[in-house]
Design a protein around this ligand. Sequence first.
Ligand code: ATP
Length: 306
Amino acid sequence: MRVRVPAKVNLQLGVGPIREDGYHDLVNVFHAVSLFDELTAEPADGLELAVEAAPYSRVAIGRVPTDARNLAARAAVLVASRLGVEPRVRLRIRKAIPVAGGMAGGSADAAAALVACARLWDDRERPALSRDDLMEMGAELGSDVPFALLGGTAIGVGRGERLTPALTRGTFHWVFAAADGGLSTPAVYAECDRLRDAAGESAPRPSVAEDLMTALATGDAKALGAALANDLQPAALELRPSLARTLNAGRDLGAIGALVSGSGPTCAFLAETDEDAADLAVALDGAGVAEQIVRAQGPVPGATVL
Ligand code: ATP
């Protein structure tokens, strides 16, 4: 069983007040891009897990746990317990999505493992797991997991896990600048709260940006570039000041939109055409502002069996 699963970039990440359960109220416009992890699952005596970098990728896999803490392993255990079977599976993850990069790589692997294990342990003796079952289990594993199952472009509310697909036209061309070392998502949210407290600001209730939705529906890359917004960006820049240089370099080199992806530190740049994206990627690589530059297009489907 081989499953391919995409990274995401947040086109809008609106961070609202902290809820009673400790999570922030979010409005999240997720967009799946053609930067993929690949997971294979095959029968084994117990739960085994191996992680390797995808060919030609410089992704730093050193920080990915290879034990029960890996989100893919947790997904396999969850599917097994739901089906009442033993989690006897060998999972192999080939990573191309930057680790702790704000592109939801761990969530992507969890989504891939949900799909792969549900197929692997599918048996006529018991009812198969439905798409809704997988989405529900995904939400249990993490706020970004349901979107990795769905793919495309979607609006997420609540913790980000309640999804509505968004209408889009055409393909958007992206360049991603992955930084050396990750940023911890909880630390970035905490910094966002601290900055708001220090400024005496209360968190506004976030709402979906109409200009962003219009840009997506009309396939207007320039308008999309102008509408990109991430409330976590000031916090990510505070924790990693060098990202300001990366963002400025991308803008100076012709990007029509630039933002920190999710909690960072990966920076996302939008180009008008595929050719512009190729030029921007080469120029950014030459500028030496990032560990690795990758091009990708969106939207693409979510976790897919190959
Ligand atoms: P998000 O955008 O959802 O905040 P992220 O892209 O910043 O996530 P991930 O790559 O998902 O970050 O990894 C965050 C942490 O999760 C890692 O530092 C690692 O310790 C842990 N982790 C668990 N499972 C995985 C996995 N399969 N791949 C990567 N990291 C994993």
